[in-house]
Write a protein that binds this ligand. Structure first.
Ligand SMILES: Cc1cc2nc3c(=O)[nH]c(=O)nc-3n(C[C@H](O)[C@H](O)[C@H](O)COP(=O)(O)OP(=O)(O)OC[C@H]3O[C@@H](n4cnc5c(N)ncnc54)[C@H](O)[C@@H]3O)c2cc1C
Length: 465
């Protein structure tokens, strides 16, 4: 069934555009705790997508997403040339109505949630009406990491930091309670970025350099707390990550003390050290008595890490195994220390992934444990807006159906969110380019999405069937 769906749905334009450095959708290695017999009895998301997952989307949305996916399916040299052109001439593109109009109507509408408050509110309401439980909202404007800190003056830097705080506070005011905002520390200006690069856990004199950034983060968290909004800190390159971990753990220790998580840290499972890092952070949290907020990703900085071979898993399957092992540990609540006095940890978990296998394995394990009355962690899944919509929509439908039937086994403690960015076309341009590149890297997944959308359009045309 599964292979027939994919084969029949594959349109010729959605061919694999470049040699993959890995085999997408490979299974995890034999050591993975997910390779258990019980998993095989549950249908996968791909199997389950037979039942018209895009049935509720208007034709205009289907056509728009298909047009974006077909750009991502262009031959690599052509797409790279287009992306290079857009990067070089971004000023010209955003200032020209003729050039910006088609981008705004396609890429921007697919990947971004809007620019004005009313536009953002309307688009979030649409996502909710389709069963998505909420959003992780992020302001799209990015700081240029060009090493200009040395030339910056302190007045300009204070302004950069306060404008970063203000934009995060504005983002909080655009979402509802139990939604998330996503915070990127490198957006706080060149001096903050320099202090992050200089930071060293073992040298306490470096902690002072992060004081202003920490104060800014606490101001954001204070406002988020008043509004019941969660603050999710994005993981970035390994150059900045030690400072990000430090700042986020400090914020967690201060704000995650009421038995739930307000602040979330992100763990990139493509890093060889991440599982140990995650365990040690869980240990710190249980010792200090706060709840960990954990967002689990594979990691997006593989091409920019200077010491990739040293720190990133050698193969894609090794990253997949690391991701799935961490999910297994978190869902089961496995102790992170074998010492007899080790305290149990508590955490809220967001699985941020577009990987069908990882989603299926997590759901299988969750259901199976719930079914036999074993404790499980509350689970939040998240996908980027405009990406892997078939996974988000399918999860949304399953969660809704389970809740309607009053079944807790697969629904009540599972939710699905969309990570969405807001801002003007200019603010969002770099973000959109990265999504276009990512769609091309994930060619197989893009083909699945496109195939299901074409099938849905076919179903509507052949309405008599
Ligand atoms: C809601 C959301 C929030 C996110 N937030 C962040 C964030 O804060 N920080 C961040 O860094 N990323 C973030 N990402 C991106 C994420 O890290 C992945 O790049 C992206 O989701 C693709 O991974 P995947 O789990 O969907 O699965 P797949 O598409 O199956 O995996 C692709 C990933 O596998 C890894 N990989 C690919 N080739 C190799 C190889 N040869 N060797 C080792 N590993 C390899 C890379 O991490 C690559 O991105 C986020 C993603 C989502 C959906």
């Amino acid at each position: 069934m599964r292979s027939r769906l994919i084969t029949r749905a594959k349109p010729s334009v959605f061919r694999v555009p470049r040699a993959q450095s890995y085999a997408p959708f490979t299974t995890t290695q034999a050591t993975s705790p997910f390779r258990r017999k019980e998993d095989a009895t549950l249908p996968s998301i791909q199997d389950r997508t037979q039942d018209r997952v895009f049935k509720d989307l208007p034709l205009s949305d289907l056509a728009r997403t298909l047009s974006v996916l077909s750009v991502a399916a262009l031959p690599t040299p052509l797409l790279s040339a287009i992306i290079g052109f857009v990067r070089r001439h971004s000023g010209l593109i955003v200032s020209s109505r003729i050039l910006s109009w088609p981008i705004k109507k396609t890429f921007y509408k697919v990947f971004c949630v809007g620019e004005t408050r009313s536009e953002i509110a309307a688009n979030i309401a649409t996502l909710r009406s389709r069963g998505i439980n909420g959003v992780a909202l992020s302001f799209a404007r990015e700081a240029k990491l060009d090493g200009s800190a040395a030339n910056s003056n302190s007045g300009a830097e204070d302004k950069a930091l306060s404008s970063w705080v203000a934009s995060n506070i504005e983002t909080i005011s655009q979402v509802s309670s139990n939604d998330y905002i996503a915070v990127k520390f490198t957006g706080a200006g060149a001096a903050s970025v320099k202090a992050m690069q200089d930071f060293n856990f073992t040298d306490s004199t470096k902690f002072d350099g992060l004081k202003a950034l920490k104060d800014g983060m606490f101001e954001i968290c204070d406002f988020a707390k008043q509004r019941g909004v969660k603050v999710m800190v994005d993981a970035e390159s390994s150059l900045h990550q030690p400072a990000i971990d430090y700042l986020t753990l400090e914020a967690m220790a201060a704000f995650n003390t009421q038995g739930s998580a307000l602040v979330f840290n992100t763990y990139q499972m493509y890093l060889k050290a991440s599982l140990d890092n995650l365990k040690s952070h869980l240990q710190i949290a249980s010792t200090k008595g706060y709840t960990m907020g954990i967002k689990l990703v594979r990691g997006a900085y593989i091409y920019v890490e200077p010491n990739r071979a040293g720190i990133i898993h050698d193969t894609k399957p090794a990253t997949d195994t690391a991701y799935d092992d961490a999910v297994d540990m978190l869902i089961r609540g496995t102790p992170v220390s074998s010492t007899p006095d080790a305290k149990p940890w508590s955490a809220e978990v967001m699985l941020a992934t577009h990987n069908t296998q990882s989603v299926d394995k997590a759901m299988s394990l969750y259901r199976q444990r719930n079914h036999i009355g074993q404790p499980v962690q509350k689970l939040v899944f998240a996908q980027l807006m405009g990406m892997a919509d078939e996974i988000s929509m399918k999860l949304a439908r399953e969660i809704k159906a389970a809740k309607a039937e009053g079944k807790s086994a697969s629904g009540s403690d599972v939710s699905v969110y969309k990570y969405s960015v807001w801002g003007s076309l200019e603010d969002c341009l770099l973000y959109m380019l990265r999504r276009a590149e990512e769609n091309q890297d994930a060619a197989t997944r893009s083909r699945v999405t496109a195939g299901l959308m074409l099938k849905e359009i076919g179903n509507r045309i052949a309405f008599w069937r």
